[in-house]
Design a protein. Structure first.
Length: 128
């Protein structure tokens, strides 16, 4: 079991995300800032090229295009499948700075069955 938001969890997500089908144009460099966690703030980045995760790791990406900030509780609910990512965004539970168009273009991907399957596999191997 990988501890939630750990380096091991990042690697697990990247490994599982390899199953996501190519999606031309679904390309973005995302920075996540998770606040209020049990170990303090967690910062990680996610690089997606045509739907494929090419990087998912702790730390900052100096080339990030958009930053998403949320509380630990809200991010955990999204990753557990208890809160829809689109709803969290629309309700302002995820603060977005930078190129918001990148996020808007990626949101439909979160409804794909392949994406939901990846999250379920990661969830099953995560210690929250």
């Amino acid at each position: 079991m990988a501890k939630y938001l750990s380096a091991e969890w990042m690697a697990l997500f990247k490994e599982q995300a390899a199953e996501f089908p190519e999606t031309p144009g679904a390309t973005a460099r995302l920075q996540y800032v998770i606040t209020g966690g049990p170990d303090g703030e967690v910062r990680y980045h996610h690089v997606i090229e045509n739907g494929h995760t090419v990087e998912h790791a702790l730390g900052d990406d100096p080339e990030t295009e958009v930053t998403l900030t949320s509380s630990y509780d809200d991010k955990m609910k999204v990753d557990k499948g208890e809160l829809d990512a689109n709803a969290a965004f629309m309700q302002g539970r995820v603060k977005v700075t930078g190129n918001i168009a990148k996020v808007m273009a990626l949101l439909p991907l979160t409804n794909k069955p392949e994406y939901k399957s990846i999250l379920a596999k990661v969830r099953d191997q995560t210690e929250f």
